[in-house]
Design a protein around this ligand. Structure first.
Ligand code: G4P
Length: 529
């Protein structure tokens, strides 16, 4: 029905370990799309390294980050939706959820540091959904690891096959540029100099003496050897394997010098998947379907505490979303319409009339939405694949002002709906445990509960290692719950969760209870941790 609109859209995210160059690459991509204003905002949105424990800084940035949550721009008639993911590790959960709303990712790796902790975790999430990945090896202007070593490291550590699309000639001070294996051209690098046509030379056969002239005999020889080896090993890019998430094309470049970025973008718009369908609890929804469907993957609270309204980010999955039209909120079985849906087109941040699959729409919300909620044109279905992961830090919520119990309850419920943290309530009791990925969130919660709800709380450290959702034979589960009362809680949807003190405890319980399944995500599917 809307094939043309769908075919011209690409929705993706850039992911990386902090400092690998995500912000810089984002800016350069936006500049290619003519979105200069937003490019400036990207930089100021970055949480500064030295301000990691300063949650006021985060509050300040919450304001800016709405603007950069989704950056839409056009490049060669392709409408690109670039979804921002917070680099800070304490907001990893936010990043995981954003990854459910994109169709592919660009993974930035620092050539000096190679694969880092966040790189590994993010790739694990990509693998859960077989998300297609393009790798950009950044900072080639620095003395980094050797390219073959980097490929080896990435393949081994991230368990993905690679396919080099370009190949560097040296690195660091000696970095001379890249040879594009795809269109067989040489792109010369001069630090700080703008890339122009004059830096690019078609060299179809590498024996061409032009290569020696441009990079010198020694490097020409090395490149010839490297390319011979590469072509023997890799052959042509298997597009289907890329789209299936098994092979990642690799580019080398330097984001800060805008080197290799255009090649990356040109290839991206050619090979990256157009908006894909999504699985629901009832059936698979294809983007081409006539009727609209979409899901909420992120909720952003208003900065002004006097206004409780929030912005819910909707990914359109099928059909056409239109302003002022009633849609079914399937969890609440309630019809809602939106008079001011928000678009993220870089040049005009404005109310939109319509949106298509792959697009992200900002909806003003007065508390109707939770992450994962689905909107349809009437059909009662719920998108799946937006799991909650086990938190890493657990603390008990202590009410410091009994007069404000109601406010605290409401506040913590709303904040956890936003996905700031996870709330677990004692099974058959009232103890509340908050689980987060990082320390910072506790500060944010405490601050926001006071500012926005007038409730003051404290957090008592708990030494839990992981939360596991438990299912299985009803009797056995009941028995387990009885024995392990102090460790069993309920998540917000009433699912039973076992909080393990350590890996040893977890393994012991698993061994002792073969009829109970311990799941590491709330969706009880592909476990890999
Ligand atoms: P992030 O979003 O992944 O955290 O990384 P970001 O783009 O902010 O880059 C981290 C640092 O690496 C920045 O330096 C940035 O300028 C630098 N950088 C990015 N790409 C390249 C590259 O290709 N080569 C080199 N040599 N450096 C690169 P900074 O000093 O932390 O920040 P700034 O003061 O330059 O903004």
């Amino acid at each position: 029905m809307y094939e043309k609109e769908i075919a011209r859209r690409r929705s993706f995210a850039i992911i990386s370990h902090p400092d690998a160059g995500k912000t810089t690459l984002t800016e350069k991509l936006l500049l290619f799309g003519g979105a200069i204003q937003v490019a400036g905002a990207v930089k100021s949105n970055k949480i500064k390294k030295h301000a990691t424990s300063d949650f006021m800084e985060i509050e300040r940035q919450r304001g800016i980050s709405v603007a950069t949550s989704v950056m839409s721009f056009e490049y060669q008639d392709v409408l690109i939706n670039l979804l921002d993911t917070p680099g800070h590790k304490d907001f990893a959960e936010d990043t995981y959820r954003t990854l459910t709303a994109v169709d592919s990712v660009i993974l930035v790796i620092d050539s000096v540091n190679g694969v880092e902790e966040q790189t590994r975790r993010l790739m694990e999430v990509c693998r859960m959904r077989d998300t297609p990945v393009i790798v950009f090896i950044n900072k080639m202007d620095r003395d980094g690891k050797l390219p073959f070593d980097l490929l080896d490291e990435i393949e081994k550590e991230l368990k993905i096959s690679l396919h080099p699309m370009s190949w560097p000639i040296n690195n660091g001070k000696e970095f001379k540029g890249v040879y594009n294996l795809h269109d067989r051209s040489l792109l010369l690098f001069t630090p700080g100099q703008k890339i122009s046509e004059e830096n690019s030379f078609p060299i179809a056969v590498l024996s061409d003496a032009l290569l020696d002239k441009k990079v010198g005999e020694r490097d020409a020889l090395q490149l010839r050897e490297d390319v011979e080896l590469l072509e023997g090993v890799y052959g042509a890019l298997d597009l289907q394997a890329y789209l299936g998430g098994q092979i990642a094309p690799v580019f080398f470049g330097s984001a800060v010098n805008n080197f290799g970025v255009k090649e990356l973008l040109d290839t991206f718009i050619q090979i990256a998947p157009k908006p894909l369908g999504r699985q629901t609890d009832k059936r698979f929804v294809a983007p081409e379907e006539e009727k609209f469907t979409g899901f909420i993957f992120k909720i952003h609270a208003n900065l002004d505490p006097r206004h409780r309204d929030r912005i819910a980010f909707l990914r359109v999955c099928s059909g056409r979303f239109a302003r002022n039209t009633y849609y079914k909120h399937t969890r609440l079985e309630k019809d809602i319409r939106f008079s001011n849906p928000y678009s993220f087109l870089a040049r005009e941040k404005d109310v939109i009339e319509e949106a298509y699959p792959g697009d992200v729409v900002g909806l003003f919300d007065t508390g109707n939405f939770k992450i994962g909620d689905t909107l349809t044109q009437g059909e009662l279905l719920q998108f799946t694949g937006i799991p909650t992961f086990s938190p890493e830090i657990f603390r008990e919520l202590v009410n410091k002002d009994p007069m404000k119990t109601k406010q605290l309850e409401k506040g913590i419920r709303q904040l956890t709906d936003e996905g700031v943290a996870q709330l677990f309530t004692q099974h058959g009791g009232i103890r509340k445990v908050i689980g987060c990925v990082g320390d910072l969130q506790f500060e944010v919660i405490q601050y926001r509960l006071l500012q926005e709800y007038g409730a003051s709380c404290a957090f008592m450290p708990l030494s839990f290692y992981k939360a596991c959702w438990i299912t299985g034979d009803k009797k056995k589960v009941e028995e387990f719950v009885r024995f392990k009362q102090a460790n069993v809680m309920e998540d917000k949807d009433g699912n039973l969760v076992y909080l393990a003190q350590s890996e040893w405890y977890l393994n012991t319980e698993r061994q002792n209870n073969p009829d109970i399944e311990f799941h590491f995500t709330s969706e009880f599917k592909t476990e890999q941790y």
